[in-house]
Design a protein around this ligand. Sequence first.
Ligand code: ADP
Length: 433
Amino acid sequence: MNLMVQFSKSGLLNSFISAGRVGNEDSYKRFERLSEIFTWSAVILGVLIIQLPFGDNLNKTAIYFLAGGVVLFAFIWYHLLPKKFSGVTKRFIYSLITIVFIAAIVHYTNGVRGYTIFFYFLSSLSVAMTMPLANTVFVILFVGGLIYLEAFLMQGEVAVNFSLATLHFWALILIAFYARLESGEATLAKKREEQITLDKEKMVGKLKDEFVFIISHELKQPATAIKGYIEEIFSKYSNTLGAEAKEVLEFTDINSTRLSKLLEDLLDVSRIEKGSLKVNSQDVFLKEVISEVLSNLFFDARNKKISLIQRGDADTAVRADSDRLKEVLTNLVGNGVKYTPEGGQIVIEVKNEGEFASVSVSDNGIGISPEDQKHLFEKFYRVENEQTKSVKGSGLGLFITRNLVEKMGGEIGVNSKVGVGTMFYFKLPRYRW
Ligand code: ADP
C-alpha cells in the first residue's frame, strides 16, 4: 500500500528522470549484439532501397561511400574495441558517431526536405530510452544544431528550409520526451515488481522462521518427556533389565539427548533470526563454569583417550550469562573432542587482557582449512571431508556460539591449521571488584 502511494506521488517527473536506469552486463551484451545486426541490416537494405526509382536523383556515389564508411566503423566498433569499455559511455559515443554519419546521409539525400531525416529520430529515440537525462538533452541539442545547419547549407527558399527544420526539431523533442516517459514508466514498474518480490521473500523467510520456532517448541515437550521416561526406567528397573534391553535403552537415551539438543538449537536459531535472543549477564567466575563443562564432557573425552587441561588465571570473573557461557564452552570443547583423534589433548586457557578476559580452547585435532574458516560461523555450515563425514552434527553450534558471545558483549575467532590443530578463542568483558 505504502509503495503504491510512493509511486503515484513520484509520477511523471520520476518516470522521466529514471528512464534507462535498469540494465546489467548481460542486457548490455545483448543490446550490443542486436545493435550490430541492426547496423548491418540497415546498410544492406539502405543500399538496396536507393536502387528504387526515387533514388535516381540522389548522389549515389556519395551514399555508397558513406555506406562503406559505416561498414568500416561497425567492424572496428564491434570487433576491435576492448570489450570492457563502460556500457553507457560506449553507447553514448556510438550514438554521437552514428549521428554524424546520419548528418552526412541527410546531406546527400535532399537535406531537411528528404526522408532520411527520420534516422535522427531513431537514434534520439534510442538515446532517450536507454541513457541518462543529461545525455538525452545533449543529443537533442546536438541533432537540433545539425538540422538547422543543414537548413542553412541547403539551396532553396531559406524560410521554407528553416520552418521545416523547426518542424523536425519539434518532432525530435516530442519523440525524445515521450520515449523517456514510456521507458521511465517501464523502469519504475520493474523496480516496483522487484520490491514486491523482495517483500514477499522477506515475508516467506519470516514465516519459515516462525514455523521452525513453533515446531521446535511443540516437539520439545514430548522429547523431554521421552528422556524423562528413559531415565525413570533406568533408575527403577535397572536390576531387572537384560543386557540387550539396557543397550537399546542407552542408544535411545543418547538419541533423545541429541534430539533435545537439536530442538534447543533450532529454537535459539529462531530467536537469533527474530532478534529475541536474551542473555542475563551477571558476574561469573570462569573457573567454576569451566570445571562444570569439563566434568560434563569428561566421559566423552575419556572414551577417546583425550586429555582435558585447564590453564591460566584462576580467579578471573566476567560479565556473562552463566548458562549461556556454559553452552558456549560446551560447544567449543565438545567440538574439540569430536574433531580430535584418539589420544589427543584439549587445553582451555584463561587470560586477562585489560578490560577483557580471553578464553581459548585449543586442540591438536584435524584442523580446518582457511577456506572453511571463512564460513565456520555461518548457520548450518559443516566442513565436508573424509575426516568429518562420520562425525554427527547440525552445523548450528558455532553459529549460535558466535551470536551468544556477541550478545554478551564479546567477540570470537579461530586459528587453525589442517593436520595440526585448532584454537577457538573468545573475549568477554571482565568483572573487576
Ligand atoms: P557441527 O554440529 O557440525 O559440529 P558446528 O557449528 O559446531 O557444527 O561446527 C561447524 C563445523 O566446523 C564442523 O562441522 C566442523 O567441520 C568444524 N569444526 C568445528 N570445531 C572444530 C574443531 N575443533 N576442529 C576441527 N573442525 C572443527
